[in-house]
Write a protein that binds this ligand. Structure first.
Ligand code: SAH
Ligand code: DHB
Ligand code: MG
Length: 224
C-alpha cells in the first residue's frame, strides 16, 4: 500500500495500539511456525477491542484463530468474568494460539476449539449455547455467508458481528476477479448483509500496514 497509509498506520499504532511483550512474542512465534502473515494489524486489533467494549461484550466468538493474535486483542477487551471461544480448523495453529494466549495471561478466559467451523457452529446452536455479544468472522472466505447466518443464530439484539477481508484490495468491484472463490464468497456475504432485515450494517475500507481491505460491521436487531 502507498507509503503514506503505512506511515499513518504506524502513527495510529504509536498512539493507541502499541504491542506489549505478549503481542510481540505472538507475532514472533507465528513467524517461527511458518504461518502466513494474515493476522489483523495492531491498529485493527485495537479497533476490534474498542468495538467489543462498545457493546460491553462478556461473551465473544471468533471464527478463525490462526496464532491467536486477534484473540489476544479481543480477550483483553473482556471484563474479569468474560469468556471467549475461538474456532480453528488447524491443530498446529490452535496449539500455537494456546501458547500465545497463555503468555498473554488469557488461558482462563479464551478457549481455542479445534475443528471446522461449519461443524462446530451447528453443534453450538443445537446444544443451546447462550448468545454471544460480539462475533468476529475471519476464517476461510468461501463460506462467509454461512458463518454469518449461523452467527445470527448465536446472537441476540445488540450483538455486534464483524467480518474481516471483505474488500480484498478492491477485488470485490473488479468483474475480472469475480469468480475467484474467496472474492465470490465475501461478495455473496456482503450482498446478503446489505439486504438482511435482521441487522444494521456497513463496510469500512481499511488501509495501512496490511494493505487495502475492509471490515464489515453489523449490529443485530433481532436474532434468527
Ligand atoms: N483471526 C486471526 C487470523 C485468522 S486467519 C487473526 O487476525 O489473528 C484464518 C484462520 O482460519 C486460519 O488459521 C485457518 O486455519 C482458519 N480456518 C480456515 N478454514 C477454517 C474452517 N473451516 N473452520 C475453522 N477455521 C478455519
Ligand atoms: C487471508 C485471510 C485473512 O484472514 C486475511 O486477513 C488476509 C488474507 C487469505 O486467506 O488470503
Ligand atoms: Mg482476516
Amino acid at each position: 500500500m502507498t507509503d503514506i497509509f503505512s506511515a499513518v498506520d504506524f502513527y495510529i499504532e504509536g498512539l493507541f495500539a502499541k504491542e506489549d511483550e505478549a503481542l510481540a512474542a505472538a507475532v514472533a512465534d507465528m513467524k517461527a511456525a511458518g504461518m502466513p502473515e494474515i493476522s489483523v494489524s495492531p491498529v485493527l486489533g485495537r479497533l476490534l477491542s474498542v468495538l467489543a467494549k462498545a457493546v460491553r461484550a462478556r461473551r465473544i466468538l471468533e471464527i478463525g484463530t490462526l496464532g491467536g493474535y486477534s484473540a489476544i486483542w479481543l480477550g483483553r477487551a473482556l471484563p474479569e468474568e468474560g469468556r471467549m471461544l475461538s474456532l480453528e480448523l488447524d491443530a498446529q495453529n490452535a496449539a500455537v494460539a494456546r501458547t500465545n494466549l497463555a503468555r498473554a495471561g488469557l488461558s482462563g478466559k479464551v478457549e481455542v476449539r479445534e475443528g471446522a467451523a461449519l461443524d462446530i457452529l451447528p453443534r453450538l446452536i443445537a446444544s443451546g449455547e447462550p448468545p454471544f455479544d460480539f462475533i468476529f468472522i475471519d476464517a476461510d472466505k468461501e463460506p462467509y455467508l454461512d458463518y454469518f447466518e449461523l452467527s445470527l443464530r448465536l446472537s441476540k439484539p445488540g450483538t455486534m458481528i464483524v467480518a474481516d477481508n471483505v474488500i480484498r484490495h478492491g477485488a470485490v468491484i473488479d468483474p475480472a476477479r469475480a469468480e475467484i472463490p474467496a472474492v465470490a464468497g465475501v461478495k455473496r456475504f456482503s450482498d446478503a448483509l446489505a439486504a438482511h432485515p435482521a441487522v444494521d450494517a456497513t463496510i469500512i475500507q481499511t488501509v495501512g500496514v496490511k494493505s487495502h481491505d475492509g471490515l464489515a460491521l453489523a449490529v443485530v436487531r433481532e436474532a434468527r
